[in-house]
Design a protein around this ligand. Structure first.
Ligand code: URA
Length: 184
């Protein structure tokens, strides 16, 4: 059984599968182009996203938009989502049971979108989606292939906020992603 985008959103709105449903202000469903070839997956909504119910609207979102722009991509042509749809208080790492409770929503989004390229933003997403012991420092920018999809990971934009010298490294990864899409 495959849910529609609207049905997935309705399930997320009403979700009580983990305690974050009680503490979040607004759930944050993925957003973007439903025909996109590129799906970005980050870890969990931050404080601003919790207020607005939209992924990457805070300071990480500004960096993300700059990265996309510098590599000739726009938000309108990608789909962006998170492993968790609800904000973990204090921006702590998602707990194992929260990730497991929420992952069916990501599976539904992926089944509907059928992306050709999946990009994990940061360690938490890379370890859940690509490999449990994925090392973002050593393995960012590498590719694996599953079914009809190429998967890669790079640093989360918030890592650039903490260390601006990472911008160029992440930009290189993003530009490779853009090239990969151009060659599809
Ligand atoms: N950080 C994330 O991981 N996801 C968002 O949606 C915003 C910030």
């Amino acid at each position: 059984m495959q849910y529609t985008w609207t049905e997935i959103e309705q399930h997320i709105e009403a979700c009580t599968r983990c305690p974050l449903g009680q503490t979040r202000k607004r759930p944050v469903m993925g957003r973007g182009n439903h025909q996109a070839q590129i799906m970005l997956i980050a870890e969990a909504p931050g404080g601003q996203e919790d207020q607005q119910g939209i992924p990457f609207v805070g300071s990480s979102g500004e960096i993300l938009d700059r990265l996309l722009h510098d590599c000739g991509l726009t938000r309108e042509e990608i789909y962006i989502t998170n492993i968790l749809k609800c904000h973990p208080p204090g921006n702590r790492d998602p707990k194992e049971e929260e990730k497991e409770a929420c992952i069916p929503y990501l599976k539904c989004e992926t089944l509907l979108l059928k992306p050709k390229i999946i990009v994990c933003l940061g360690r938490v997403a890379a370890q859940r989606i690509i490999l449990p012991d994925f090392k973002i420092t050593r393995q960012h920018g590498t590719w694996i292939y599953r079914k009809n999809c190429a998967l890669t990971a790079t640093y989360h934009p918030s890592a650039i906020l903490r260390d601006p010298s990472k911008y160029e490294v992440v930009k290189r990864d993003f530009c490779e992603i853009a090239q990969k899409q151009a060659g599809l």
